[in-house]
Ligand binder design. Structure first.
Ligand SMILES: Nc1nc2c(ncn2[C@@H]2O[C@H](COP(=O)(O)OP(=O)(O)O)[C@@H](O)[C@H]2O)c(=O)[nH]1
Ligand SMILES: [Mg+2]
Length: 198
């Protein structure tokens, strides 16, 4: 798939503000600082489309980007930032779960996990929700440029084995916003799911 245009469409702070379900949506999910904005920017070949925030945990909205005037990328609020008060944290959780549970036009979720660390409890909780709500997802192992090359094959095999029990997991892909590793692969999976949704 060629990505020909990408533009910010709207920010959504509450479910009632969600746009009509006319376009397919691909949502990006991950803890704050995992590299979500950088990944979206890299997919779109743009430097500052999605704001790479200097303050982790700051994005509280679902940010909608219209791609190829045809479908949306949805940047979901990052989770797991320790300094966020409990009350706000639980309202984020509710917003994300309601979104995943109710969104009819959600075609695919890209679940981001930092390739240098084991998935966190919250990462696994999100993956559990995706499986439970029967939403196809792909795992992007971010910042792969920071892993030694020699460790990648074993690492990837283990990660793939770890997600094998999830029947809605479509693939596990190392991704680097710096080198562009995984970009073509991820775009091709996205393209497949957008088509399937039409
Ligand atoms: N080395 C490396 N750093 C990355 C990569 N992706 C993101 N980062 C850095 O990780 C930090 C958080 O990235 P950001 O995209 O804002 O994460 P977000 O909070 O999930 O949106 C920033 O300092 C980025 O420069 C990557 O692929 N490789
Ligand atoms: Mg971000």
């Amino acid at each position: 798939m060629k990505l020909t245009s990408a533009e910010f469409a709207l920010g959504v702070a509450a479910l009632r503000q969600l746009p009509k379900e006319v376009h397919a949506e691909v949502a990006f999910l991950g803890r704050s600082n995992v590299g979500k904005s950088s990944l979206i920017n890299k997919l779109c070949n743009r430097k500052t489309l999605a704001r790479s925030s200097t303050t982790p945990g700051k994005t509280r909205e679902l940010n909608y980007y219209l791609i190829n005037k045809q479908f949306y990328f949805v940047d979901l609020p990052g989770y797991g930032y320790a300094k966020v008060p409990e009350q706000i944290r639980s309202s984020w959780g509710k917003l994300i779960e309601q979104y995943l549970k109710t969104r009819e036009n959600l075609s695919l979720v890209v679940q981001l996990i930092d390739s240098r660390h084991e998935p966190t409890e919250l990462d696994m909780m999100m993956v559990g929700w995706l499986e439970y709500y029967e939403i196809p997802f792909v795992v992007a192992l971010t910042k792969s440029d920071k892993l030694p090359r020699s460790k990648m094959p074993t690492y990837l095999k283990n990660a793939q084995a770890g997600f094998a029990r999830f029947s809605f997991c479509r693939d596990v892909i190392p991704f680097s916003a710096i080198s562009g590793e995984g970009r073509t692969e991820l775009l091709s999976i996205i393209a497949k799911h957008i088509v399937a949704a039409d």
